[in-house]
Design a protein around this ligand. Structure first.
Ligand code: NAP
Length: 539
């Protein structure tokens, strides 16, 4: 696959942007096809999310053994997860282990940020430019940039005037941060803020949490994996992954087919109590089927979790602040916690509700709210990401005739199966907008295999130009929007609905996520492959 019409030589068959779990697996698969693939990665090592998010307490909230690559028996049998929900250092080691086993690094160029990529019709290829100015050409461009990989800092005045240390959780330093005796602020109480707060509360001198929107959270119930359980896990990988293939979002939890409203109060309460006491996402993904689609059903679980928060937090005023009032349980991505609520029972932890006393500005000494100036040694921004489309916006993607992806998506992403975009031939997206996310590595493996199948098809048929049609894009984009209707999560501001008020223009809700079931998504994509990709324009 080296000659291209009209015999213009390309540097690589494929360029992959990003060496996280998607990029690593895609590289492996393309190599198996015998293609010359190159990965460009901004960081100094593999791991993506798990490379960057080194903040204290970062860890899985899906079961470790449902998270690793499933495609290689060797990887599965050689790797041992030490905990049911592994911490970031262990997960990063896992990524490094996989990279070593598959000998991936020789085709990955680190410290290489892609800043632009332009399709060139004469070569039917892409020209990719790195931050250092170097240019690299390829037939296929595969984005593996991750849905949550462009961190955003809050738009607060004078942010740069602070004289202490300041960190965003997703750009955390590799060296340990010393919290002993320090006055620390955390801004943000999403999944990341919650993990950070519960972890550092006992290490810091004093912790002040600035909360804008309270989030529902439920216990993670993490524990070590003992030797007997380890053996059982290793023996049951086929069943674990088979189960992940069957469930709505590829987690091991299966929804209860009953409505929360069709059972007795006692039965409902018993189910909520049981799920609250179990590890992982069961209370969200394995609960009554209608808790995230029916307001009344949702109110029952929200009331239950609110009672738990009131029981766990000693100060009633603090408890009330921690109970969300503007959205129901599970309508934003659920954070799982480990004694998060108990952190607020400590004398050295204080919660500031910035809807009552907004932050006016950052000062050289700390943070000034409408009430007073707080002094800090360290400010931690757990303020999230320019999600899903943010990492695409950072790269100047130009398609046919120089059309800009950012312009094409200015009213929200428009995609074909979440994998391709009309006007951007030979570009395939992994975990881009409109794909099934859920338990991400499961979705990654599927998408990589689909893209690999398409590339293999092109190679076998001698095709050099693959493009989504406008009809295909419209049909899929409309479908994704229709699926979102009736989901309570699409009526709430969060990264899942494209809201990030720290980013210009991201204050209008969009449908950026496929919210149907993973099995349905795969069935649709499989049918396209079975039909010889006839829905694409092929040349
Ligand atoms: P996030 O859920 O978007 O939370 C960001 C937090 O920062 C929110 O509390 C937000 O408040 C606050 N914030 C943003 N801008 C602010 C401002 N200008 N002033 C005050 N507060 C501000 O981001 P995240 O916690 O990093 O999590 C993102 C996603 O990453 C999660 O939903 C999850 O999918 C993934 N994640 C996974 C794990 C895991 O265990 N595997 C761990 C962490 C994260 P508002 O809500 O008011 O906007």
């Amino acid at each position: 696959m080296t000659a291209s019409p009209p015999n213009i030589a390309l540097d690589h068959d494929a360029i992959i942007i990003g060496a996280g779990l998607s990029g690593m697996y895609q590289l492996h698969r393309l190599r198996e096809l015998g293609l010359r693939a190159r990965v460009f990665e901004t960081g100094t090592d593999v791991g993506g999310t798990w490379y960057w998010n080194r903040y204290p307490g970062a860890r899985f909230d899906s079961e470790s053994y449902s998270y690793g690559y499933s495609f290689s028996k060797e990887l599965l049998q050689e790797w041992e997860w030490s905990e049911h929900f592994a911490g970031q250092p262990e997960t990063l080691r896992y990524c490094q282990f996989a990279a070593d086993k598959l000998d991936l690094r020789r085709d990955i160029q680190f410290e290489s940020r892609v800043v632009a990529a332009a399709y060139e019709e004469d070569s039917r290829g892409w020209r990719v430019r790195l931050a250092d100015g170097s240019e690299h050409s390829c037939r296929f461009l595969i984005t593996a940039v991750g849905p949550l990989s462009t961190p955003t800092l809050p738009r607060i005045e004078d942010r740069d005037t602070f004289r202490g240390q300041a960190f965003h959780t997703a750009s955390w330093p590799k060296e340990p941060v010393d919290f002993a005796g320090k006055r620390v602020a955390v801004i943000g109480t999403g999944a990341t803020g919650i993990q950070t707060i519960q972890t550092i509360a006992s290490q810091v001198g004093h912790l002040t949490v600035f909360q804008r929107t309270a989030n529902w959270a439920a216990p993670l119930h993490n524990s070590k994996i003992d030797a007997a359980t380890q053996a059982k896990i290793k023996a049951s990988y086929p069943e674990i992954f088979a189960r992940c293939q069957e469930t709505f979002s590829c987690f091991i939890h299966t929804p209860d087919p009953r409505s929360a409203l069709e059972v007795s109060d006692a039965e409902r309460e018993a189910q909520y109590e049981r799920l609250y006491g179990e590890p992982g996402f069961g209370i969200w993904q394995g609960n009554f089927r209608d808790i995230v689609i029916d307001r009344e059903a949702n109110a029952t679980i929200s009331d239950f979790v609110a009672r738990k928060i009131r029981e766990r937090v000693k100060d009633p005023k603090t408890a009330e602040k921690l109970i969300p009032k503007n959205h129901g349980f599970g309508t934003r991505r659920l954070p799982l916690e480990t004694f998060y609520y108990e952190a607020y029972n400590r004398d050295n932890v204080e919660l500031i509700d910035i809807t009552e006393t907004p932050i006016e500005r950052i000062t050289p000494k700390g943070i000034k709210t409408t009430e007073k100036e707080f002094e800090f040694d360290i400010i931690i921004y757990a303020t999230g990401f320019d999600a899903i489309t943010g990492s695409f916006d950072k790269i100047d993607f130009r398609g046919v005739g120089g059309i800009r992806l950012k312009d094409v998506w200015k009213r929200g992403p428009e995609t074909y199966l979440g994998l391709m975009v009309h006007g951007f031939p030979n570009m395939m997206m992994l975990m881009g907008p409109h794909t099934a996310l859920g338990n991400i590595p499961r979705s990654i493996e599927y998408s990589v295999d689909w893209v690999t199948g398409l590339v293999r098809f092109a190679r076998d048929k001698g095709l050099t130009r693959l493009e989504a049609t406008p009809e295909g894009v419209k049909e899929w984009t409309d479908h994704v929007k229709a699926l979102g209707e009736g989901m309570l999560s699409n009526e709430v501001d969060s990264w899942m609905t494209g809201i990030n008020r720290n980013v210009e223009g991201k204050d209008i809700r969009i449908v950026a996520r496929y919210s149907g079931s993973a099995p349905d998504y795969r069935a649709r994509c499989n049918a396209v492959a079975t039909n010889g990709y006839s829905e694409l324009t092929l040349a």
